[in-house]
Design a protein around this ligand. Structure first.
Ligand SMILES: [Fe+2]
Length: 188
């Protein structure tokens, strides 16, 4: 399950329905997906895409996405630091940023119009759709691992437009993890 925090309000959300409701209110689609058949996190891309084929097709029809692929990042991925450098500064895109996490985790920070910055830590099983034009940035967690299905309306349109606001520097880039949760009695 994702962990959603609103730092300005000191709020932490960990309940699926509360998360989905809050995120819908700021224009972010959030769902939990189950594979139609068992698939290992390190299964070949075609197998992973087939296991989630029904969900992918449903999203394609709903959002006008034409291409689905699998991004696979590990600490040894060539050029990883350069790649992460592009993601971690506040930006927006001309099309939706749609990710379904298979393995690993990371944090999207979203700046909704007229609302406080919201951090969404995504984990395996989480589908997130950040609509076109939404200001956001992304960091991997300390293990620098993520494997995720991506959907595109137009792959060539997936260009970051940087805001250069510097707001990304005001927020912790790291992940929270289960130890962060107040319900588990740990503060950090
Ligand atoms: Fe982005």
């Amino acid at each position: 399950m994702a962990i959603v925090t609103i730092p300005a309000e000191g709020t932490v959300l960990t309940d699926e329905s509360e998360i989905a409701k809050y995120l819908a209110g700021i224009g972010i689609q959030y769902e939990r997906w189950e594979a139609t058949h068992a698939v290992a996190p390190d299964a070949p891309a075609e197998e992973v895409l087939a296991a989630y084929g029904a969900e992918v097709e449903r999203l394609k029809a709903r959002g006008g996405y034409v291409v689905a692929d699998l991004i696979d990042v590990t600490p040894s991925t060539p050029g990883l630091d350069l790649m992460l450098e592009k993601f971690k500064r506040e930006h927006w895109h001309d099309e939706d940023e749609v990710r379904f996490v298979i393995e690993g985790r990371g944090v999207f920070h979203v700046q909704p119009q007229g609302g406080p910055v919201t951090a969404i830590e995504v984990v395996p099983g989480d589908l997130i759709c950040v609509p076109s034009g939404t200001r956001h940035w992304f960091n991997l967690c300390a293990d620098r691992r993520i494997r995720a299905i991506r959907l595109f309306q137009d792959p060539s349109g997936w260009t970051p437009h940087y805001t250069e606001s510097g707001v990304d520097g005001d927020f912790q880039p790291g992940c929270f993890g289960p130890a962060y949760l107040p319900s588990q009695g740990a503060a950090a």
